[in-house]
Design a protein around this ligand. Structure first.
Ligand code: GRG
Length: 310
């Protein structure tokens, strides 16, 4: 309706993102206090608190609030998914994986703390993520989350990042790199679904679970976030092509454009943009049964992912 559209337009998404990112930051700061041995805690805090876009924890909080839960119900899940996101990036940056010197605009963890500490800080964050999520003390004492729901969230997170989740995506990505024949669309989609979409999906689903959502609501949010996850990657691939050619100029750019397989390479730039548009539309449609006012943060988050420029 026109009234709902007007409310959606008025919604201040930037303010929402900053406010939620700040709440997540404070919760993570408290969840990883400096303790003995200080070196490992410093390394964990360095990568965790340097700050990414916080898309996953914000998605988690928004899904919880959409189904009627409180922010405090989903904060342990939000913290857990961002800890996992951070540790996966720390390990991805290691010399034995992508060998990246920079992350989130700063020197990568192993460049500051050395490889052994970076490996262990990642391991510690992974363990802490599950501990924090499962600890009853992480939840509001006056309005706790049912243990069965917490267990369901733990299980969802484990599945989405383990050997049939994020790790599977990373493994298939690694074994597909440098093959003589470029990977096909099926394999590219498998990699993106596992490496990117499943953790985004887990973020929304965990939020809906601990927020007290019904199975139907959880399923709708699952569909929404899986599409957002694929969209995230298609947009990433489009930016990979368009930004390298823009920034580097037509002649010099060529050999600097990365040789990884992307959607534009496999299906063309126009088709990739069409696919992104279709994913955004389908994602938004998954939420059409929810209250149009309450759904505003998630619709804006979808637009943000679709239209981001970096
Ligand atoms: C999770 C147990 C476990 C192991 C990790 C190293 C590894 C195994 C996986 C690598 C996963 C990887 C690099 C996935 C890419 C996901 C992705 C799209 C990251 C970028 O996300 P953004 O743009 O980054 O949201 P910020 O910094 O904003 O959080």
């Amino acid at each position: 309706s026109a009234a709902a559209a007007a409310v959606a337009v008025e919604f201040d998404f930037k303010e929402y993102m900053l406010r939620k990112a700040d709440a997540v930051h404070r919760a993570m700061d408290a969840a990883v206090p400096l303790a003995h041995p200080e070196r490992i805690h410093e390394a964990m805090r360095y990568s965790l608190l340097v700050g990414g876009k916080r898309v996953r924890p914000i998605l988690c909080l928004a899904a919880c609030e959409l189904v009627g839960g409180r922010e405090s119900h989903a904060m342990p899940s939000a913290v857990a998914v961002e800890m996992v996101q951070t540790m996966s990036l720390m390990h991805d940056d290691l010399p034995c994986m992508d060998n990246d010197d920079l992350r989130r605009g700063k020197p990568s963890n192993h460049r500051v703390f050395g490889e052994p500490i970076a490996v262990l800080a990642g391991d510690a964050l992974l363990a802490l993520a599950f501990g924090h999520l499962a600890d009853p003390a992480s939840y509001p004492a006056d309005d706790p989350v049912a243990p069965a729901r917490i267990i369901r969230a733990v299980s969802k997170l484990s599945r989405s990042i383990g050997p049939v989740g994020l790790v599977a995506g990373q493994v298939v990505d690694i074994v597909s790199t440098g093959l003589a024949v470029p990977v096909g669309l099926d394999r590219l989609e498998f990699i993106h679904l596992h490496k990117t979409a499943f953790l985004l999906e887990a973020s929304a689903v965990m939020g809906a679970i601990v927020g007290g959502g019904s199975d139907d609501q959880i399923e709708l949010l699952r569909r929404f976030s899986r599409r957002i996850g694929l969209l995230f990657q298609v947009v990433d691939d489009i930016l990979d092509v368009t930004q390298s050619s823009e920034e580097l100029g037509k002649t010099a750019g060529k050999d600097l454009v990365s040789d990884k397989t992307t959607y534009p390479k496999l299906m063309g730039l126009k088709e990739s943009r069409d696919y992104a548009r279709e994913l955004l539309k389908d994602a938004k449609e998954s939420l059409s049964q929810f209250d149009p006012v309450k759904v505003a943060p998630l619709l804006h988050l979808a637009d943000y992912i679709a239209h981001r420029q970096s």
